[in-house]
Design a protein around this ligand. Sequence first.
Ligand code: SAM
Length: 258
Amino acid sequence: MKAPKDQHFLVDAEAVALIAETVPISGRKVLEIGPGGGVLTDALLSRGAVVRAVELDGTLLPNLEQRFSDQLASGQLEIIRGDASKVPLPEFEIVVANLPYSISSKITFRLLEAGFESAVLMYQLEFGERMIAPPGDGEYGRLSVMTQTFADVEMVLRLPPEAFSPPPEVWSIVVKITPRDPPMPIADREVHAVLVRELFSHRRKTIRNGLKGMKSIYDDAALSLIDALPKELLDKRPEMLSIVDFIDLSNRLALLIR
Ligand code: SAM
C-alpha cells in the first residue's frame, strides 16, 4: 500500500504476532490507535478481541471497511474516525497500537488518565527507552518518573526500520505498560507533577538549586523544604532520585504549601 508521509506500516509478521500475543485479548475490549492498513487489527480480531479502532486518515477507511466487513457487521470491530488525542475514547480494557510517533507523549498520558488494564504500544526507540530507563541512567527523566510512578513498564521488543514499509529513519520499540497504584500515596498529584517537571527542566542542577528555582511557583514553601532536607539529598541531581524519592519530596512540599 502507498503510504502518505509519516505513515509506516508494520510488515514483519513475527512482530505483529508477538504484539498481538503479549497480553491475553480473547473476548476483551481492545482499543487500537491508528489501524492503518489493518495488519494489527487483523491479528487482534483473529485472536478473538473486540476491537475499537481510532483512525485519523479518512483515505484509509474504505480499505479497512472492505477488509473487515464481516467483523464490522457482527460488531466485533468498530472504526472511529478522528484524532485519538482528542475524540471521546470508547470503553476499553486493553490498548494495542503501533502509535503515530508525533502524538506518543500526548496519547500515552491521555490513556493513563483514562485508565486501562494493560497496553502494548509501539514508540520511537528513544522515546520508549526514556520511558523504561531506571534512576541513574542517562535517559532517566520526567517521562520515566511520570510513567513509572503510575505503571510497570517493560520492553517487549525492538524493531529495525526494515520491519516497516516504507522504512522510517528510526528504530522502534514495543513497550508493555501495566498501570498500578504509586509505590506510596501521593498527597497532591499536581504538586508532584510540577516538582518532577521543574527539577528535570534543569537536570544538571542539584536538587537544592532546582528547589531554589521553584520559589517563583511555591514561594517560601520551596525554600522551607530546602531547610528540611538532608545535605546528601540536596547535593544530588534529579536523575539520581527514585520514584519514591520524588513522591516523598512532593508530599513534604505539599504539606509546606498548605
Ligand atoms: N497500525 C498500522 C501498522 O502497524 O501498520 C499503522 C501504523 S502507522 C505508524 C500510524 C497510524 O496512525 C496511521 O494509520 C495514521 O493514519 C494513524 N494516525 C496518525 N495520527 C493519528 C491520530 N492523531 N489519531 C488516530 N490515528 C492517527
